[in-house]
Write a protein that binds this ligand. Structure first.
Ligand SMILES: [Fe+2]
Length: 294
């Protein structure tokens, strides 16, 4: 379909100027309910979730967390520039266990390390939230999925219960499939819109709300629960949040940038995000009316 994309001037793009575009971004992204008031996360932050409700969150989150890797790989493959491919790869391989190299660790000392020492080097309580994977050390124990398995163990889940597609409910799988389709899209405008949407959703504070709720649950009845998976991501997210507007400006100024497709990607992606949380919200209500046997 032909668009006005070929008309590249100093004010690149298909549509309006920055202020008008920002007003649309505001409407589509910043005002989206999943960013402004996520019902499930607001409830969860109260710290009243039962064991069954926490178990449900951990299992569905593990499916999202694992299948997110597929979307991130697609995003890397479909990146429109080598710089963006590297940025995407950074997230991908960190997710899989490459620890950020913050200049503090020395990979050379590896030969003398015991398995226990290596495992500890992947511990989310210790690994850096800053730096780059370039020159970073790989640790199996630094796979984010393994961190989540450790969270799950405290509430009775094992490796066999987590992370696989078959454990995801319909709304969770819809979210994961939308991530692959939109966030991992071959179309850079759509993918950038989705990426911006995901970053702003993540920066809106859901990690903090989950941490608050899990903290309450741990203090009440689950002393073995480890929150480091969540606190690590929260710290990383706080840093990402600072860059999202710069990235938006960069996209806007890119020759050929299609505002409409960007906004479409953002809106559709947030629909996927919302489905995920709405699925958790419905299930937690179901578990309230018919709690599982203690
Ligand atoms: Fe992660």
């Amino acid at each position: 379909m032909a668009t006005a994309m070929t008309e590249v001037g100093s004010q690149a793009g298909t549509g309006a100027g920055w202020d008008t575009f920002m007003a649309q971004v505001n409407e589509v992204v910043f005002s989206h309910p999943v960013v402004t008031h996520n019902d499930y996360c607001m409830w969860f932050a109260r710290g009243e979730a039962s064991r069954e409700q926490v178990r449900d969150l951990v299992q569905q989150f593990s499916v999202f967390s694992n299948l997110f890797i597929v979307a991130q790989l697609l995003k890397t493959i479909n990146s429109p520039s080598i710089a963006q491919a590297r940025e995407s790869c950074e997230i991908l391989v960190n997710e899989l266990g490459v620890v950020f190299n913050s200049g503090r660790t020395s990979p050379n000392a590896d030969a003398v390390k015991s398995e226990d020492e290596k495992d500890r080097e992947g511990d989310p309580e210790l690994v850096s939230t800053t730096g780059t994977v370039d020159g970073g050390v790989y640790r199996f124990s630094a796979r984010h999925f393994e961190w989540l398995v450790n969270v799950g163990e405290a509430v009775g889940w094992g490796f066999d219960d987590l992370g696989k597609r078959k454990f995801g409910r319909e709304s969770t799988l819809f979210f994961c499939d939308e991530l692959a389709r939109i966030y991992g899209s071959e179309d850079p405008d759509i993918a950038e819109g989705a990426s911006f949407a995901v970053e702003n959703w993540a920066a809106a504070g859901f990690w903090k709300q989950l941490i608050e709720g899990l903290d309450g649950f741990r203090n009440r009845e689950c002393p073995d629960l480890r929150l480091a998976f969540f606190t690590w991501h929260d710290r990383v997210e706080d840093q990402h949040a600072e860059h999202t507007m710069d990235e938006l400006r960069g996209a806007f100024e890119r020759p050929g940038f299609n505002q409409e497709k960007f906004l479409q990607g953002a809106e559709a992606m947030l629909g996927g995000v919302k489905a995920f949380w709405d699925g958790l919200e419905a299930k937690r209500k179901e578990l309230e009316t018919s709690p599982a046997a203690a």
